[in-house]
Design a protein around this ligand. Structure first.
Ligand SMILES: Nc1nc2c(c(=O)[nH]1)N[C@H]1C(S)=C(S)[C@@H](COP(=O)(O)O)O[C@H]1N2
Ligand SMILES: [Mo]
Length: 255
């Protein structure tokens, strides 16, 4: 471990460690977490786990490190009618749905989401295309929301359904999915502010996922609905994400 990382970990303090203990508790209660994925990805995951444990925190930066011009990528202005209507009304009637394999489905307005305990983090976004930007994100942690909804034992992944059809309506909506380890990770948040401002449309307004131990395409923007699932069979073309379905990128994009 580098001295830098050691010093940072020390500085991160007890609060994040506590969050992780609570999250691990939750994960242990869900035995399906330990199930395997496709073989190649399981191998990648095992290899990575030897080097960096999954529960490790992503590095956090200082205000001085924030990129003056955080790049926007993929959809930057959804043309979908639903989304345009929400945008026009300032997301007044927008609700974030959380359902699927849960005991108590949730439906939250933006105000309700903003009223939840918030977490702020300055992290580096790494796109698979080879660029990075550092930004400051504020949002509600996903873990406590999942606890509130109560995952059913068969829930193994969390899927994010987005408002935008990348590359035209015929292509279907953008979507992504993560496992429960990432879902309960302390730095996994539903972000509604970026660099102390309301999240801009280009970056996923009103709410986008930050899943800091994963590459950029896993960070679903324009999230409308969150679904706890046992597998991906009924989502898109069945591979767990928009780019995964197109064979471009792997489902597991750990960094
Ligand atoms: N809904 C949605 N989410 C998305 C995308 C997208 O096109 N649509 N692009 C992904 C990719 S490849 C990246 S790198 C990041 C870009 O986030 P940014 O625009 O805030 O930089 O969003 C990810 N999430
Ligand atoms: Mo990306």
């Amino acid at each position: 471990m580098s001295t830098d990382r050691r010093r940072w970990l020390k500085g991160a303090g007890a609060s994040l460690a506590g969050l992780w203990l609570a999250a691990c508790d939750q994960l242990n209660r869900n035995s399906a977490v330990h199930g395997a994925l496709a073989e190649a990805e399981t191998l990648t995951r095992r290899a990575q786990r030897l080097v960096v444990p999954r529960e490790a925190l992503a590095k956090e930066f200082t205000e001085a490190d924030i990129s003056p011009d955080f790049r926007a990528n993929g959809t930057t202005r959804p043309g979908d009618a639903d989304y345009r209507a929400h945008l026009a009304s300032g997301f007044a009637d927008w609700r974030l749905e959380l359902g699927g394999l849960v005991e108590r489905p949730l439906s939250l307005s933006l105000a309700e989401l903003r009223a939840l305990p918030a977490r702020t983090q300055i992290t580096r976004h790494d796109c698979v295309e080879g660029w990075s930007s550092i930004g400051k994100w504020t949002g509600a942690r996903l873990g406590p929301l999942l606890e509130r909804a109560g995952l059913k034992p068969e829930a193994r992944f969390i899927a994010f359904h987005c408002a935008d059809s990348l590359g035209g309506a015929a292509n279907g909506k953008y979507y992504e999915s993560i496992d429960l380890i990432d879902a309960f990770h302390p730095q996994t948040i539903l972000a509604y502010d970026m660099n102390d401002q309301v999240l801009p449309v280009a970056h996923g307004a009103p709410v986008r996922l930050r899943v800091e131990r994963q590459l950029g395409y896993k960070h679903a923007k324009y999230v409308m609905r969150i679904e706890a699932v046992a597998d991906f069979a009924h989502l898109g073309r069945g591979k767990g994400g928009y780019w995964e379905d197109r064979g471009d990128y792997a489902w597991y994009a750990g960094i």
